[in-house]
Design a protein around this ligand. Sequence first.
Ligand code: GRF
Length: 199
Amino acid sequence: MVSGGGSNLQALLDGAGDAVEFALVLSNKSDAFALERAAKAGVPTKVVHYEDYPDRRAFTQSILDIMKDSGIDLICLAGFNRILDPVLVDAYPLRMMNTHPALLPAFGGAGMYGHHVHEAVLTSGAKLSGATVHFVTPETDAGPIILQAVVPVLDDDTPEALAQRVLRAEHRIYPAAVRLFAQDRLEVTGNRVRIKPAN
Ligand code: GRF
């Protein structure tokens, strides 16, 4: 599920491995460049506009119907910028992932998206930031953490420079997380994810 440039989608298309079949790329923006990336990769696309529905519940229900029709096993949020009703995550428990551009549980939750995250990291004075791929639960940015990658915060960083460094980390760990899922190597106990050894 995408809304924008889709660089994480591209990383998934390029790196999720042969065991993964991309059933659908769903966007809430018809001009998302991510849709072009999907088309180029031969992946079907759909656009669902929030504005066409009376409320968040109806919008999310329509996405849920599409997902069911597509017979998908795993939903990956990749820069999707709308808050969803819990009805979707409830239908895909531990089968929905997100990438967050900071080291959760720090710098997550309400209002922590896009440049807000990197500005908050710089303001805090933290020397490290990074990327987190986690399972989605109804509470924003609080689901079991699958993989994290650390990047340095440099003395002369701007939010944009930090964002680019973090994005490159996301591009490494998101495909890796999906590969582990496809290999059935993620074992979740409470909020902890254990990575089982390869067979
Ligand atoms: C990523 O930084 C992701 O963490 C955040 O939105 C950005 C998406 O970028 N949720 P892209 O569309 O994948 O290029």
